[in-house]
Ligand binder design. Structure first.
Ligand code: ADP
Length: 250
């Protein structure tokens, strides 16, 4: 009877192990496909500026010397496409490095928030309202946290034309950072996808304003690697609220 029990238990165990193993393989396959899709999207995004640079370089060579207007236009286009590639490559590196890079320093969120808003105000004339309540400290990587703040504020400015409201406060265990705009808003369907790498609701608009479709993916990954969340509430043509929630440092 003992033997039978043993045998039965090990059979159950084998079954459970088999299930866990299958689950692991499925997860690995999913990750592999995601990685594959990411590499293919990244190369596609890089191919466009390279193609534009090449065709303008050819135009310069053929007609640039005799036509000053063509010369000017080509040089400007090459410059802006090179800027775009630089931005893309920098953001891709951030994504590649993020995982293993959470430092454990105490970060004064009030301070980094004020510093960034001061910088943004220096280059944008738009009204930016900031409301800070209490002391808001989190544990993590200061540079990465600054990056989230910057991404959310720049998006709010990019996709709206009115003032923006920024709030920073604490709840029991979390620091809450919110950026609200009264701009174009995001449909329910798109809200599910905007945190995906390279997803843009309006490719042309995003590209014209220097967007790569990586900002929110980076912001979300940083939030999650800090044990936090990044979410959106939005209504089309009314505006959006992005909420970052991070565990409070004690
Ligand atoms: P991008 O570089 O294109 O801005 P993001 O990853 O930062 O890329 O954002 C993804 C997409 O989400 C944007 O292309 C835009 O369509 C949408 N989006 C982001 N922020 C806002 C916002 N505040 N209001 C409306 N749409 C937004």
């Amino acid at each position: 009877w003992q033997k039978l029990r043993l045998k039965k238990r090990s059979k159950d165990e084998m079954y459970e192990m088999g299930k866990t193993f299958n689950h692991m393989i499925t997860k690995l396959e999913e990750n592999f496909h995601k990685q594959e899709a990411f590499v293919s999207d990244a190369s596609h995004e890089l191919k466009t500026p390279i193609a534009i640079i090449k065709s303008y370089a050819q135009l310069l060579k053929r007609r640039g010397l005799e036509h000053p207007d063509i010369f000017g236009e080509s040089v400007d286009a090459i410059h802006s496409e090179a800027d775009r590639m630089q931005m893309l490559v920098e953001q891709l590196l951030v994504l590649a490095k993020n995982e293993a890079n959470v430092l454990q320093e105490k970060v004064d969120f009030n301070h980094i928030c004020e510093t960034i808003i001061h910088k943004v105000r220096g280059v944008h004339s738009r009204e930016i309202h900031l409301s800070i309540n209490g002391v808001n400290r989190v544990t993590g990587n200061k540079e990465q946290l600054q990056q989230i703040i910057y991404i959310l504020i720049m998006n709010a400015l990019k996709y709206s034309e009115r003032e923006i409201d920024i709030r920073l406060y604490s709840q029991t265990d979390d620091v809450i950072f919110q950026v609200e705009d009264y701009g174009i808003g995001i449909s329910k369907k798109d809200q599910e996808r905007i945190f995906d790498r390279f997803y843009r609701v309006d490719k042309a608009r995003s590209r014209d304003s220097g967007g790569t479709g990586l900002g929110l993916a980076i912001a979300k990954e940083i939030a999650e690697s800090h044990g936090g969340t990044l979410s959106v509430q939005s209504e089309k043509e009314k505006g959006s609220v992005f909420t970052l929630k991070l565990p409070k440092a004690h």
